[in-house]
Design a protein around this ligand. Structure first.
Ligand code: FAD
Length: 422
């Protein structure tokens, strides 16, 4: 690595990749892409479902449809998606409308966790061929408050003209500490809290016709990140707690005939709350206390009867499939979740069961918590996500996107800011 670059991009998730490609293909600037993990690249590695219809993944406060439609064409050019078909959903749409629920029609593609590494490696090779220096296994320790330079964990100091921070959600606190150093104001008042539902595909047959159905319920509850085919639930480590998440393998793998999806409620906290991220973290930590350090799960049959699921009863005769996340602890949802969140999510699940009867089969498992902290909201000084002359903050960690395609588009926008200024 040199000691100076025109542009440094921190983070090789889709936001960082989007920025690096745009700059490399449209300028002769020297570009360094720094990634602390050994393998690129952020959330692209998991499942890799891509949503190609506004507004999924694009927060309204930053994006309008016309611009998104244009940017998504650029995202497609790089990710080469093979689009899923969507059919036979009219009957569900009709039932949903009757009870005040909306089913969005979204164009989607799915790669699968087993195939995403090949896609990522090919993207990195293309960037290298475009003369982007890609430094994997290289962590940025901090930015300086008065000089345009970063210090790596190794101690090396590197100067820049422009920097794009694309550090993702998991490292929101690192981004916050850099914003404190740089004197950038931000707020942090929104968090998504919810559950992940796992059931047999026959209880949620809509997925045979619509890979990741996006369904909006009253009370700011929505379905999110549906996986089927060969689908699994995983535990993700955050600072202080675990959150559940889901993914699936590509179509070439043997089906396990299970489906999982998240039901999330968006919580917008108001004065005098200090931090939505901390709120989410404390809820996550509470579950750790109750479960002895894991996440919890409960069968719908037990939840309905008001009894906690127990290890010895978790697989009784009515409960006819095994949980894919074996390390989740059988427990009691209502002991762990704030009432308002639980009420709204349970009501939404009942509505979903009215639209697609079967989802609330006694064997269906509800896992908790699934926490999405998208909520660093820096004060941007222009439309290109600039926060200070030469400094840009993008991607899920800055609240500018909620998913792969939105993150990539936010990278293009920041890169355009740099290209326009040059
Ligand atoms: C299990 C799972 C499944 C998902 N499935 C989907 C899906 O199917 N479809 C979808 O649209 N979205 C999915 N998502 C969400 C998606 O991953 C994110 O929306 C997206 O990756 C956000 O992109 P980003 O570039 O903002 O951040 P990230 O992808 O998180 O990338 C940030 C990168 O920055 C690096 N980094 C952080 N700090 C530093 C530092 N100090 N120095 C150097 N590098 C640093 C991190 O290591 C990371 O690689 C999933 C997420 C998970 C966890």
């Amino acid at each position: 690595m040199k000691n100076r670059y025109d542009v440094i991009v921190v983070g090789s998730g889709p936001a960082g990749l989007g920025a690096a490609f745009k700059l490399a293909e449209n300028s002769d600037k020297s570009i360094l892409l720094v990634e602390k993990k050994k393998i690129s690249s952020g959330g692209l590695r998991n499942d890799c479902k891509q949503n190609y219809t506004y507004p999924v993944g694009f927060p309204f406060e930053h994006w309008e449809k016309d611009e998104v439609d244009e940017l998504l064409k650029e995202v497609k050019n790089h990710l080469n998606p093979k689009m899923e078909t969507r059919q036979n959903i009219e009957k569900y749409e009709k039932r949903a409308r009757k009870i005040g629920v909306e089913i969005l029609s979204i164009d989607q593609a799915h790669v699968g966790t087993d195939k995403s590494s090949a896609l990522i490696n090919s993207l990195i090779e293309k960037l290298r061929a475009l003369h982007v220096e890609v430094a994997l296994n290289t962590e940025v320790k901090e930015l300086s408050n008065d000089k345009k330079e970063i210090t790596l964990l190794s101690g090396q100091v590197i100067e820049f003209d422009h920097i794009i921070l694309a550090a993702g959600r998991a490292d929101y606190d690192w981004v916050q500490s850099q914003m404190n150093t740089l004197g950038i104001n931000y707020n942090d008042n929104i968090v998504d809290i919810g559950v992940r539902v796992e059931t047999k595909e026959e209880n949620y047959p809509i997925v045979r016709d619509y890979y990741d159905p996006k369904i909006l319920f009253p009370g700011k509850v929505r379905t999110f990140c549906t996986n089927s085919g060969c689908a699994h639930i995983v535990k993700e480590k955050y600072k202080g707690y675990f959150s559940v998440n889901g993914h699936s393998l590509s179509k070439e793998n043997k089906r396990n005939n299970l489906v999982n999806f998240a039901m999330l409620k968006t919580i917008r906290l108001t004065e005098p709350v200090v931090s939505g991220q901390q709120f989410g973290k404390i809820l996550g930590e509470m579950v750790m206390q109750l479960s002895g350090g894991s996440v919890i799960m409960q069968r719908v049959g037990d939840f309905r009867l008001g009894s906690r699921s127990k290890k010895e009863t978790f697989n009784s005769d009515l409960y006819d499939f095994e949980p894919t996340l074996k390390s989740a602890v059988a427990a009691d949802l209502s002991l762990s979740m704030p009432a308002k969140i639980l009420r709204d999510i349970w009501k939404s699940l009942k509505m979903l069961d009215t639209i697609i009867p079967g989802i609330l089969h006694p064997s269906t498992i509800i896992y908790y918590p699934e926490i999405k902290t998208y909520s660093n909201r820096p004060e941007f000084i222009d439309k290109n996500f600039m926060v200070k002359d030469g400094y840009y903050i993008i991607g899920d960690g800055a609240g500018t996107s909620r998913g792969i395609t939105g993150a990539w588009a936010s990278g293009i926008r920041a890169a355009n800011g740099i290209l326009n200024r040059s």
